[in-house]
Design a protein around this ligand. Structure first.
Ligand SMILES: NC(=O)c1ccc[n+]([C@@H]2O[C@H](COP(=O)([O-])OP(=O)(O)OC[C@H]3O[C@@H](n4cnc5c(N)ncnc54)[C@H](OP(=O)(O)O)[C@@H]3O)[C@@H](O)[C@H]2O)c1
Length: 208
C-alpha cells in the first residue's frame, strides 16, 4: 500500500519503521521540507521518499497526520478527499494553545481535523500509546499478550482499513466508536490512555 506520513517526529517516524517493515511504500514529510529528511530516508531503507506535505497527501492511499495538534490548520487540504486519514494527534493546551471548543468539550480534536480536510475519512488511531511502546510492544498475530490500539471514526470501511494496518504493525485494533465518542474515550486523561492493555481488557474498559 502507498502511505503518506505528514509529521516525522516521535510517532510519525515510529510508524514509518513499522510500515516499512510491513512492506509498504511511503512518502514522508515534515514542516521544514524534504531536504531535511535525507538521513531518515536512508535509515528507513525500503521504498521511502521524502516529499512536501502536499505530495505526501496526494501519494498515500492512506495518509497519517502526526503533528502537534495546534498546527493542524497548516496542513494542506487538497489531495485528501476520499482518503483514509489516520489522526494520531492529541490536544495539549500547554503545547497547542487553548481551543475554546475543546476546553468546553463541544467537540474533539479529531472532528476539528476532519472539518479541516473536506471529504477525508478520518480515523483516530495510534494516539493513545507512547512512541517507545509503539516501537517495542509489537507482537505477532495470535499472541495473547498483544496490546490493543483504540480507534474511532465515522466511516466503517476506513476503520477496517486502519484495523488491518494496525494488525500488520503487531497490535490489535479496538473500535471505540465514532470520532465524537471515541475521540473522548481514548484521549489523554481517559482511563485507557497510555495503559497498553490487551485488546480484550481494552474493549471491556472502552464499553464499561
Ligand atoms: N510522542 C508520543 O509518544 C505521542 C503519543 C501519542 C500521540 N502523540 C501525538 O501525535 C502527534 C505527534 O507527536 P510527536 O511526539 O511525534 O511530535 P514531534 O516529535 O514534536 O514531531 C512533530 C512532527 O510534526 C511536524 N510538523 C509540525 N508542523 C507541521 C506542519 N505544519 N506540516 C508538516 N509537518 C509538521 C514536525 O516537523 P519539523 O520537525 O520539521 O517541525 C515533526 O516532524 C502529536 O499531536 C502528539 O500529541 C504523541
Amino acid at each position: 500500500m502507498r502511505i503518506g506520513i505528514i509529521g516525522m517526529g516521535n510517532i510519525g517516524s515510529t510508524l514509518a519503521r513499522l510500515f516499512v517493515d510491513a512492506g509498504h511504500e511511503l512518502a514522508i514529510s515534515n514542516s521544514r521540507g524534504p531536504d531535511t529528511l535525507g538521513d531518515v530516508v536512508a535509515e528507513l531503507g525500503g521504498r521511502v521518499r521524502a516529499t512536501t506535505s502536499e505530495e505526501a497527501a496526494r501519494f498515500g492511499d492512506v495518509v497519517v497526520v502526526s503533528v502537534p495538534f495546534g498546527r493542524y490548520r497548516e496542513l494542506p487540504t487538497g489531495g485528501m478527499a476520499g482518503k483514509v486519514v489516520i489522526d494520531t494527534n492529541n490536544y495539549y493546551p500547554n503545547r497547542d494553545g487553548n481551543f475554546e471548543e475543546l476546553d468546553a468539550d463541544r467537540t474533539t480534536s479529531s472532528e476539528l481535523l476532519a472539518a479541516h480536510l473536506p471529504g477525508a475519512r478520518v480515523v483516530k488511531a495510534f494516539n493513545a500509546m507512547q512512541s517507545q511502546h509503539l516501537r517495542d510492544l509489537s507482537k505477532p498475530a495470535g499472541d495473547r499478550a498483544r496490546v490493543g490500539v483504540p480507534i474511532s471514526g465515522d466511516d466503517q470501511q476506513a476503520k477496517l482499513t486502519v484495523a488491518d494496518l494496525i494488525d500488520q504493525t503487531g497490535f490489535d485494533a479496538v473500535d471505540a466508536g465514532t470520532l465524537a465518542e471515541g475521540g473522548r474515550k481514548h484521549q489523554p486523561g481517559s482511563e485507557v490512555y497510555a495503559a497498553d492493555l490487551p485488546s480484550s481488557e481494552l474493549h471491556r474498559r472502552v464499553y464499561a
